[in-house]
Design a protein around this ligand. Structure first.
Ligand code: CLF
Ligand code: SF4
Length: 301
């Protein structure tokens, strides 16, 4: 499958420059440049069996956790506040705590507000990809330059074990039908983004006995689509999720899988599976220090 990039050489250089300062996309950048997540998108259109967004512990670090939800205006003010205090802030990311595209109005308004005040900061977004074909053009217009899509399966029978159901524009799908629809949209959306020069990373949650054998195939398919990097992360069995009692993927299994897939796609090795409201360097969350816990954080903006 050919997916020729439509960027001019100059735009291509600009994106490379942004990637070199992106702490997740560049290993060399992760100790120098900071990112901030703005938790503006609480809604989600998928029910992943490994997800629970019920719990909030300010010291807990994993995707889907946030001490607060900000309105686009609050998020904009938070950005201004943090930019003053973290001069090496290079990336604004929307990573939920639900799905950035399922809450599209909030995500879009937030990015619009910030772009008016800052033409330089890189926009990054993570999504399950269900609505990517719908919003890819708007992402391009907003100047989103890095996108992460979570792709856990190519085979709808495998998907059926990972997703309880999906809600696509108000209609519910389950089982293999849901997996087919999700995959179709993920592939179309990723191809559209990479063709227009967006740097795409694919996250895959490695779940022993469910999708682990399938991950090398995912890497090959993503390479074909022009994806830049793969981030295979371990299942974290979360209380009250459907996979709460599933065995946690061991680091040994994880590293072996990354090594196996590296022939097809560069592997991210420094992911911190961070919160939807994280601020700072990847290994050094300054959120509590800068904006406090949930109540204090509301008052800080
Ligand atoms: Fe955030 Fe994700 Fe952008 Fe990074 S996180 S939206 S790409 S700016 Fe980074 Fe955190 Fe790992 Fe994500 S360490 S969970 S890979
Ligand atoms: Fe949770 Fe993300 Fe899955 Fe939505 S897409 S159910 S927020 S893990």
């Amino acid at each position: 499958m050919e997916n020729t990039c439509a960027l001019t050489q100059q735009n291509c250089m600009q994106v490379k420059e942004k990637s070199s300062k992106h702490p997740c996309f560049s290993l060399a950048a992760h100790k120098k440049y900071a990112r901030m997540h703005l938790p503006v998108a609480p809604a989600c259109n998928l029910s992943c069996n490994y997800c629970s967004r019920k719990f909030d512990c300010p010291n807990e670090s994993r995707p889907g956790v946030s001490s607060e939800i900000l309105s686009p205006r609050q998020a904009y003010e938070r950005f201004l506040y943090i930019r003053e205090r973290i001069p090496n802030l290079s990336v604004v990311g929307i990573a939920g705590p639900g799905d950035a595209l399922a809450d599209w109005q909030h995500t879009r308004s937030t990015l619009e507000f910030i772009r008016k005040a800052d033409t330089d900061v890189s926009f990054c977004l993570s999504t399950n990809g269900l609505l990517l074909p719908q919003y890819a053009d708007e992402l391009l217009a907003l100047g989103v330059d890095h996108v992460t899509v979570t792709v856990n399966a190519l085979d709808p029978a495998v998907s059926a074990k990972i997703y309880r159901r999906i809600n696509f524009n108000g209609q519910y799908y389950q089982g293999p039908e849901a997996g087919e629809l999700l995959l179709h949209n993920q592939l179309r959306g990723i191809a559209r983004l990479t063709r227009h020069g967006v740097v795409v990373k694919v996250n895959t949650v490695m779940i022993a006995g469910i999708n682990d054998r399938h991950i090398p195939e995912i890497s090959k398919a993503m390479k074909e689509l022009g994806v830049t990097v793969s981030n295979i992360v371990p299942l974290i069995p979360v209380k009250d999720s459907a996979l709460a009692n599933w065995p946690q993927t061991s680091m040994r299994e994880l590293l072996a899988m990354r090594q196996r897939c590296e022939a097809d796609l560069p592997q991210m090795q420094h992911c911190r599976q961070c919160r939807a409201d994280a601020i700072g360097l990847l290994g050094e969350d300054l959120r509590i220090e800068l904006v406090g816990g949930s109540k204090a954080a509301q008052e800080a903006v």
